[in-house]
Design a protein around this ligand. Sequence first.
Ligand code: SAM
Length: 301
Amino acid sequence: MPDEKLLHTPVMLHEVIDYLKTSPGQIIVDATAGTGGHSLEILKRITPGGRLIAIDRDEDSLAICRKRLNEFKNSCEFVHSNFADLDQVLDKLGIKEIDGIVFDLGISSYQLKDAQRGFSFQEEGPLDMRLDRSSYISAYDLINNLNENEISHLLWSFGQERWHNRIAHLLVEERRNQPISTTTQLANLVMRAIPYRYRKSYYRIHPATRTFQAVRIAVNRELEILESSITKAVAILKKQARICVISFHSLEDRVIKHTFRALKADGLIDIITSKPLIPGAGEIDRNPSSRSSKFRVAERL
Ligand SMILES: C[S@@+](CC[C@H](N)C(=O)[O-])C[C@H]1O[C@@H](n2cnc3c(N)ncnc32)[C@H](O)[C@@H]1O
């Protein structure tokens, strides 16, 4: 069993389990298996006879997941892949239809806590932020190669960062002297770019939060693949099977809402949660990183 402290606490676990309507013998896909929190509870409910397809883009997380779910290894396939390739993954496994699918988007606390991954502005680490470390473009590449307009646009479109122009300007000035190569360098630079009087009052969160979110989304092309991935997932759901999606910021939630609406208009799904569900006060107390999560569910017609 992996070190408990490394494991990510699954968000809205009870809700996911309830809405998925799991039962023994089902085939369920966990499209973002992470360290296996949702997967484990799903496996307990679909075995005996069921099968879980645990997908993650991050090999390190998948290795932890594999160890954690060892007792269910005969009922589980671990697949290192992007969920954007869901159709190919299932094709290779010979699976034509599934009984449910979960997407729990973004990154896990396991990834966030590892300074070497470069996701956290609180610890010194290389500017990496790749979910899949075999992919080519890292945060370092974007931050040091995009021009000022491109950086500014990126910070606005993926982070809705109010000071996008100022941050992009300072960044380009700074990198003339030396490349921006660490997380703390970037975080300090963002801090300096924001006018002094706004540093505390405007941001209830750390001022670098939006910049880090924006760069991570761009590095991993997280928003681009969302609509097509959800559409692919719906296409392989059995009738009355459900798709559950947890998102962590308004940009993602908007894509999910619009994709669900379009699929409903095409007569493919019924939307079960007219408004997204959010975690209760108890869960937020126990796991503060759940506070921004939104949960949407749809059912195949
Ligand atoms: C919030 S965590 C999931 C945590 C998981 N539900 C658990 O209980 O441990 C999100 C996970 O999704 C993975 N991920 C993000 N985008 C992905 C994609 N496009 N394809 C596959 N995995 C992805 C990340 O690597 C990360 O491990």
